[in-house]
Every structure is written in C-alpha cells, then in structure tokens.
Write a protein that binds this ligand. Structure first.
Ligand SMILES: *Cc1c(COP(=O)(O)O)cnc(C)c1O
Length: 329
C-alpha cells in the first residue's frame, strides 16, 4: 500500500499515482478529498483513506467512489452504522498501540472489530492496522512493545494486519505482516536515523533544479541579499539562481548549505528570497548564466539538506508548492 498523501510527498499526486498504480496493491492518502481527486483522474487502484471520514457525508461519498476508509474511532463507526448498507464502503480498522494519536484503544479493539464486521456483511474482513512512533530508531524497544500490544489487542481476530511504515519496512522486518505502508522510502528518503538513503540502496525520485540567472563580482565587505546576512570576506563571485521559498526552497536555509552548480558543491550565501537565492561560486570559475543548480536530488541528499535546515526531508517534500513545475524524467 503506497502512501501518496501530501501531493505524492510533494512530487505531484497524479504523476506518482499513475506511476505506481500498476506496481502496488493500493494507494493510501490522508483524507477523502485526496482520494476523490485520484478517482476523478481515473485512477482505479484500491485507495485507503488513512484518517477515515471527517464527517458523516464522507462515508457515503467514499462508498460511491469505492474508496476504503480507515476506521479510527467509535464515532466514525457510528457514522457508518447510520448509513444504509449500500452506502457503506469497505473499511480497515486502526488500533492505537502507543502513538496516542488515532485509533481505538487496545481494550476496545475486539468489540469494535466485531461491530464493524457485522456492518459490512458482504465485504472483506477489515484489515487490522497500527502505526509506530519510533520505528526510525531501530534500537528503541518501543516498536516491539507497540507490536506486542497490538497483537494482544487483536488476538483471535481472524484478519490481515498492516503495521509497517517505511522505517519499519527497513528496520523491523518482523512487523511486515500482510500489508506494508511505505511512503518516504518510495521517494528515496532515508527512514533510518543512522543510515543514508545511499547506504540503504534508495534513489531519489525528485531532482529539485533551477538555473543560474546571473553571476556577479562582489567586493570584499559587500553584503549579499536581504538583510545583508552574507558578507564577502574577500573579493568574491556570486551566482543568482532562480529558485526561492515560493518554489519550496525554505527561507530558513543557512549560509553554507550546499547547492550543486554544474555538479560542484557551492555554499548558499545570503538569505533565501521568494524567487531567488545567491550562491558563492568564487571557487567554481566556469559558472555562467544557464548553469544548472540542484537544490536536492540523487546527487545531493535531501536528508542532508533537511538536517542542515533543522527539519526532515518529509517536511521539505510536503512543502513543495503546487506552482513549482514538475517534469517527469
Ligand atoms: C504517512 C503514513 C505512513 C507512511 O509513512 P512513511 O514514514 O512516509 O513511510 C504509513 N502509515 C500511516 C498511518 C501514515 O500516516
């Protein structure tokens, strides 16, 4: 079950869904509108809505478009109960094993599973799910403890299981069960605290690129960009690149963050603007108008760039604005 929420982790929902739909058993999104967008675009693969319905009307809408809902709460079960049978979609059931965010308490799992099965008489048994808090820390005992709690809560229930996100796919094979739910790793990010994507054999799907629009000399003492944050300590050469926070390159990137210009790492020099950044290319003499700049991608690790900006690659991907043009390789 491939996770394509947050606009396909920033890559473009439909681009990713159409690339993946024949290679996976289903697609997972966070909320119903994302699922409806996929259906309207003609995607026919099974679709799971991870948060389940936000309101009663979403139950009917899901049934009409053959979308599967994750039941995470007894309130959602009630909404399902209030519908006629033809307006009830297929459902999965989520158990809270210790993330304390969504899902039924372990104590209620069996009773709610029985009710749900009774509501969906002609359909498949709900797949039982849980979600981990710290699977990206392989040494932490929390993942095994959560799985033990899940198993205890669902013992004797005859159904398939789905527990593993990317981090658990990589680091906790005993949690794989029937359905894994990878997201981040599909796009080439590392879901492991101690290992790079390259070490895990993952390749970046996105190359975030722009081009050099201008190159100029800056005298010693010249201050580059808004607020004059970067000061040339010696006579320097600065390239202006056509990308900024309006395109998904965060404003809080620090001076020194690497930008690959024609394949060579050059340091960001000055504050990120809405549409532009400035990069110190003093030691890269061949840079000219039209030179290519890579902000992250297969040759410049997204995880590394994210760590330098005190965030995670997930956030950088999920923050990619819709306006940024996507080109399929
Ligand atoms: C987003 C999500 C996933 C995928 O997580 P990754 O860390 O991106 O692999 C799996 N399960 C649930 C419930 C999610 O919300």
């Amino acid at each position: 079950m491939a996770c394509v929420k947050a606009n396909g982790y920033g890559h473009g929902l439909l681009t990713i869904a159409s690339a993946l739909q024949d290679q996976v058993e289903g697609l997972a999104v966070a909320f119903l509108d994302e699922a409806l967008t996929l259906r309207e675009a003609g995607i026919q693969a099974p679709i799971l809505v991870l948060e389940g319905p936000h309101a009663p009307a979403e139950v009917t809408a899901a049934a009409a478009s053959k979308i599967t809902l994750m039941i995470c709460d007894e309130q959602q079960l009630e909404w399902l109960q209030q519908r006629e049978e033809k307006d009830r979609p297929a459902c999965w059931l989520k158990v809270d094993s210790g993330l304390y965010r969504l899902g039924l308490s372990a104590a209620r799992a069996k009773a709610v599973f029985a009710k749900l099965c009774a509501l969906l008489p002609h359909r498949e048994t709900p797949v039982l799910c849980t979600h981990f808090a710290r699977a990206d820390e392989p040494e932490d005992p929390g993942t095994r403890e959560q799985l033990a709690r899940f198993d205890e809560a669902t013992r004797e229930l005859d159904s398939e299981h789905s527990c593993a996100n990317s981090a658990a796919v990589i680091s906790h094979p005993y949690s794989h069960r029937n359905w894994v739910r990878p997201g981040y790793m599909l796009y080439g990010g590392s879901p492991h605290r101690g290992k790079t994507a390259q070490e895990l054999g993952l390749r970046a799907v996105m190359d975030f690129t722009a081009s050099v629009l201008s190159v100029r000399d800056v005298p010693a003492g010249g201050r580059v960009g808004y607020g004059g944050r970067w000061v040339a300590s010696e006579p320097s050469r600065v390239a202006t690149v056509g990308v900024g926070y309006g395109d998904g390159y965060p404003r809080h990137m620090k001076d020194g963050t690497p930008v690959l210009i024609d394949g060579i790492r050059c340091p960001l020099a000055g504050r990120v603007s809405m549409d532009l950044i400035t990069v110190d290319v003093s030691h890269h003499k061949s840079v000219q108008i039209g030179s290519s700049a890579t902000l992250w991608g297969d040759a410049l690790s997204l995880d590394e760039i994210a760590a330098g900006a005190d965030t995670i690659g997930y956030e950088l991907l999920a923050s990619m604005p819709a306006r940024t043009p996507r080109q399929r390789r």
